[in-house]
Design a protein around this ligand. Sequence first.
Ligand SMILES: [Ca+2]
Ligand SMILES: [Ca+2]
Ligand SMILES: [Ca+2]
Ligand SMILES: [Ca+2]
Length: 228
Amino acid sequence: MKKLCEAALLVVFGSACAATQAATITPVFAPPANEKSHEQIIEDILGGDFSQTGNDFTDGVRTVARVDDDADQSYDFASWSVLAQAVWAGASQSFGTVEDGVLFIVGGDESSVSGSAFDPDGGQGIVFKRFGSEYQTLEIHTDPAQNPNGQDHVVTYTYTVDDVDGPVTSYLLFFEDLNETSPLADWDYNDLVVELRGTPLEQDTLTPEPGSLVLMGAGVLVLLRRRR
Ligand SMILES: [Ca+2]
Ligand SMILES: [Ca+2]
Ligand SMILES: [Ca+2]
Ligand SMILES: [Ca+2]
């Protein structure tokens, strides 16, 4: 129903549909004084001076927009790549997917980290995952339902990069690496930050279901009649 709402009803009925869909935004708490905030981490990655506007960040030219937490749980990509961007945590961090397990252990610390992966095969419904190491072993998924406690441990932002081949959508995934049973859990969501870019799956694999097409057709008919 959600896809139908986005694909068809938003076109046909405009804001009426959007108004019935409240955004789900997982709250983010301030980090300890010796760690960087989301705004500062975004500035480290993109350069410039960003400031917060609602749930988003902007430097006046570029907008780094918060992704609804109903929409950051899994991804459909023909291929994708990921690059570690920051670690503000005591624990070591590893990154991978549910399907493939650990793809790399993050090296370095704070704003100077290393680690990357490229998957030429992609897939539908890819769930990304942070793995612990050393003393902190919590395995965190972009899909909250797969976390041990069902809590949302990932908040996501998106921005557009002007590549030589045209605009590319980039996602910044911010992980909280401790669960609520730990006295150190602070929900600052800066413990691991990675940047994700993917090539969309071909459009023919995303064709709306027949029922959606019928509804879209009906909506267009209504519009045409009203115009007469
Ligand atoms: Ca700033
Ligand atoms: Ca989330
Ligand atoms: Ca934390
Ligand atoms: Ca932290």
